[in-house]
Ligand binder design. Structure first.
Ligand SMILES: C[S@@+](CC[C@H](N)C(=O)[O-])C[C@H]1O[C@@H](n2cnc3c(N)ncnc32)[C@H](O)[C@@H]1O
Length: 365
């Protein structure tokens, strides 16, 4: 793509991005500043294909601050200075100064890192989907997460779930995930889920959770106001570190067929992906879908996804309100839930036209 056109597209992306950062006043204030700053937009043309520019840029700046860079920009980050953080509205000129001073470091991070935000609460969505899978098949299931990042969802059965005033999962779990239930009737029994026979992740870049800099990158991708999400992430990374699941390195397009062949023939498998297909370059998405479907060659496949409606599996999303959907071995898409991108809330599908209760715009990264 011609450089000028790409810069214009990036400017448009940042101009529209405040709507995405629902829980980050700081990033909402800074998006228009980046949209107007050509030198910073130029840096972003060096990112890897498919990477979402605003998540990557803000992750890179946050990473440098978390690593100890001393710059007045840190005073605007609740993740660094707590509730005393300065007003987001004043951060623009400070960000521009930061971008000039740390241009080389930002450029290196933008060129080499991936948006790997591991949102622990998305395990709530997976847990819900497992309950539905259990209604369709008997016995243990093999769990595969495509785009697993550090793999926190692969331990979906080790967390406590606090949903709609009910608690599910082991009472002694060290990680508790609270999520608001927007249904008019209580949530279903999330203890009624099939056991997990094996767990396997697939990722372009599996994260070594024992490596401090790798953990810092994941931490940097959490928006600075979301301190509860950062605390959950640290706790879940410790759970992963204590018993790391296998995560196969590579592009899902190449790796998924091998992963499918390695599973015991005839046994049910659940393939989950969240905020992953949206980062696959558009021209590769059909191959990505075929690779996932190939896991069903060796046994009944239950494919569950939490992706924005703009990136549905195989273009076949039956209901654009359902950001959590699945299909079983018959291939028929079952819309499951409306969910916030970070799973702060979830709710059953309401009839079209009925307002969503307090949900705001769903974010996903
Ligand atoms: C935004 S993160 C989401 C992580 C996790 N699914 C979650 O919801 O917390 C997307 C992950 O997908 C991985 N990814 C993107 N494209 C991929 C591909 N083609 N094959 C394998 N992994 C991919 C990235 O490396 C990254 O770890």
């Amino acid at each position: 793509m011609a450089a000028g056109r790409e810069i214009d597209q990036l400017a448009g992306h940042f101009a529209a991005a405040p709507a995405t950062f629902t829980t980050s006043p700081l990033y909402r204030a800074l998006c228009p500043v980046v949209a107007e700053d050509r030198p910073t937009l130029e840096l972003l043309t060096g990112r890897r294909p498919g990477q979402q520019a605003s998540y990557l840029f803000f992750g890179a700046a946050h990473y440098l601050l978390l690593a100890g860079v001393r710059h007045p920009l840190r005073d605007f980050y609740p993740s660094l200075v707590g509730p005393a953080a300065a007003r987001p509205a004043d951060a623009g000129p400070v960000l521009l100064d930061f971008c000039r001073r740390y241009r080389a470091d930002l450029g290196e991070l933008i060129r080499t890192r991936l948006v790997q935000t591991n949102v622990v609460r998305r395990a709530v969505a997976l847990r819900y989907a497992l309950r539905i899978v259990g209604q369709h098949c008997a016995g243990p299931v093999h769990l595969v997460e495509v785009g697993s990042s550090a793999g926190v969802h692969l331990h979906v059965d080790r967390y406590r779930y606090l949903v709609g005033g009910r608690a599910f999962g082991p009472a002694d779990a060290v990680v508790s995930l609270d999520s608001r239930w927007l249904g008019r009737t209580p949530p279903p029994d999330l203890d009624d889920v099939p056991p997990i026979a094996s767990r396997t992740g697939v990722d372009l870049n599996p994260v070594d959770v024992t490596d401090e800099t790798a953990r810092r990158w994941l931490r940097a991708l959490v928006w600075p106001e979301n301190r509860d999400a950062a605390t959950l992430l640290e706790a879940a990374l410790d759970v992963v570190a204590a018993d790391p699941p296998a995560v196969v390195a590579g592009d899902a397009v190449e790796v998924c067929p091998e992963v499918g062949r390695a599973l015991p023939p005839g046994e049910p498998r659940v393939v989950f992906h969240a905020a992953t297909r949206m980062h696959v370059p558009a021209e590769q998405r059909s191959a990505f879908d075929r690779a996932i479907d190939s896991i069903g060659d060796g046994g009944p496949l239950y494919h569950v996804w939490q992706e924005p409606p703009s990136a549905p599996h195989g273009g076949q999303l039956a209901d654009a309100r359902a950001e959590l959907a699945m299909h079983g071995p018959d291939g028929v898409v079952l819309p499951l839930l409306r969910v916030d991108g970070h799973l702060r809330w979830l709710g059953p599908l309401e009839p079209p036209g009925r307002p969503v209760d307090g949900s705001g715009v769903a974010a996903a990264d």
